[in-house]
Every structure is written in structure tokens, then in C-alpha cells.
Design a protein around this ligand. Structure first.
Ligand SMILES: [Zn+2]
Length: 67
């Protein structure tokens, strides 16, 4: 099961999502290291590690898909 992280540098926030979450844009894939964006990870362990390493103040889990 894949997971996605949405990084929003402007909000200093990163949010973890399940692969099929309705919030993930169909055009996901465009991302920018400084602005943020959507990043895909192959499993939860990898995604949680990546979430910690985003360096954002807020590291959240999506309330809709509950990853
Ligand atoms: Zn979600």
C-alpha cells in the first residue's frame, strides 16, 4: 500500500495520506523541494521516516483517509 506526503512549506506543515485519498490530486507528481508538493512512498514505514525528515513543524495525518 502506497502512501503520500503533502508538504506545504508555506504553512510549515506536512500531511500523510493513504494512496487512494480523495485529497490527492490526479496530477500529483509535480513537486518542489522549497515550495513543497506531493511525494509518494511505497510503504508506511518509509513514509513515516520521510515525514520526520521533512523538517516541518506540523507533521499531521489526514483526518479523511486516516493513514
Ligand atoms: Zn488523506
Amino acid at each position: 500500500m502506497g502512501l503520500w506526503i503533502n508538504i506545504r512549506r508555506s504553512l510549515d506543515q506536512a500531511v500523510l495520506h493513504r494512496e487512494r485519498c480523495i485529497q490527492i490530486p490526479t496530477s500529483a507528481g509535480r513537486s518542489d523541494h522549497w515550495e513543497g508538493g506531493w511525494f509518494e512512498y511505497p510503504d508506511k514505514e518509509t513514509a513515516l521516516d520521510a515525514l520526520e525528515q521533512t523538517g516541518t513543524t506540523q507533521q499531521l495525518k489526514c483526518p479523511i483517509c486516516k493513514p
